[in-house]
Design a protein around this ligand. Structure first.
Ligand code: CMP
Length: 139
């Protein structure tokens, strides 16, 4: 089934200069970028994006990190895009991520974990709409 998912190349990965390396992985896996932009999230934009984690102890620190520098946000389109992107990313904690995954290669720890990907069709719908109006998506 052709799906769309929202991916973020987080500020730690942008600082490590691996934007191109990560986008190459998406494309090689058959995930087509149909929308892309670099943004520097304000803390309140990060808080809105991660609102589902509001009650978690790491929420404030996560939002501070996500607003610490520019990120690249993308909509990826392809067959089973949500699951495929989660496989490419690996486990949330880079220490537990399989060798060959993005987080194993580029993540630092469970918080500074290089990339984000939507975890369900419902969150993908919310997350894509949070950053991209329909006219900025070219699928
Ligand atoms: P992400 O896939 O962007 O979704 C939520 C983020 O919260 C996650 O990646 C991590 O960056 C962060 N996160 C999840 N669990 C923890 C944790 N236990 N401690 C710190 N940060 C976490």
């Amino acid at each position: 089934m052709i799906e769309r998912t929202l991916a973020i190349i987080k500020p730690d990965a942008v600082r490590k200069r691996v934007i191109g390396e990560i986008i190459n992985r998406y494309e090689q896996a058959g995930l087509t970028p149909v929308a892309i932009k670099m943004i520097h999230m304000s803390k309140s934009v990060a808080e809105g994006f991660y609102a589902v984690h509001k009650a978690r102890p790491f929420f404030d620190s996560l939002c501070t990190f996500m607003s610490s520098g520019p990120s690249v946000v993308l909509v990826l389109q392809g067959d089973n895009a949500i699951k495929k992107n989660r496989e490419l990313m690996g486990a949330t904690d880079p220490a537990k991520a399989e060798p060959g995954t993005i987080r194993h290669a580029h993540g630092t720890n469970i918080e500074f974990n290089a990339v984000h990907g939507s975890d369900s069709p419902e969150t993908a719908g919310f997350e894509i709409g949070y950053f991209f109006p329909g006219m900025e998506i070219f699928g």
